[in-house]
Ligand binder design. Structure first.
Ligand SMILES: [Ca+2]
Length: 181
């Protein structure tokens, strides 16, 4: 008898769900910044020409990297391709060049580039300043760059020991990508 009465009460409550008193009420408030990650660079072509075997050289003019997004803090990744005739690797060899990258406020000496700064042809993008190795980190690190802030990127080339292309111009496509910080 008692069970039947409870069942009737439950049925009534379910039928009239709005009859539940609720207080307080929760309101989900959403907000989102408009725009997208964006990065500007001062030039899209950098050349090391007239190289001699195993020559080590740092580009004389910085690559200026500016966070030109509307309001997003950014990290940067770097990646590079091989060229038609040369491979990009951690040590130079026949038809194999070393290309290192470093974020630094002034032109770094070649010796400032470490093994962790060397790009590897066709490797997955490497996050600047990530992990204990701190790739591409000079006195700037490519990490948590604020909108409108500019950092400067330098490249070190170590030429191959020998060249089988008879001096053909080699083009490596390096990609700098702004990513979430
Ligand atoms: Ca970061």
């Amino acid at each position: 008898m008692k069970i039947a009465r409870i069942a009737v009460m439950i049925a009534a409550l379910v039928a009239g769900g709005s009859a539940f008193a609720v207080n307080p009420q929760e309101i989900d408030v959403y907000a989102q910044m408009g725009g997208t990650l964006s990065v500007a660079i001062s030039g899209t072509i950098f050349s090391f020409t007239g190289l001699t075997p195993s020559q080590t050289i740092v580009n004389a003019t910085s690559i200026n990297v500016t966070n030109d997004s509307a309001g997003f803090v950014e990290d940067y990744t770097l990646e590079i391709t091989n060229s038609l005739d040369w491979t990009v690797a951690g040590a130079n060899a026949p038809d194999t060049a070393v290309i290192g990258a470093l974020f630094n406020s002034v032109a770094p000496a070649p010796a400032a580039f470490g093994a962790q700064d060397n790009l590897i042809g066709l490797a997955a993008p490497t996050l600047a300043g990530a992990t204990a190795l701190q790739p591409f980190v000079g006195d700037q690190d490519g990490q948590d760059v604020n909108p409108a802030a500019m950092i400067t990127l330098w490249l070190r080339m170590i030429a191959p020991t020998t060249d089988s292309s008879s001096g053909a111009m080699q083009r490596f496509d390096m990609t700098l990508t702004a990513v979430a910080p």
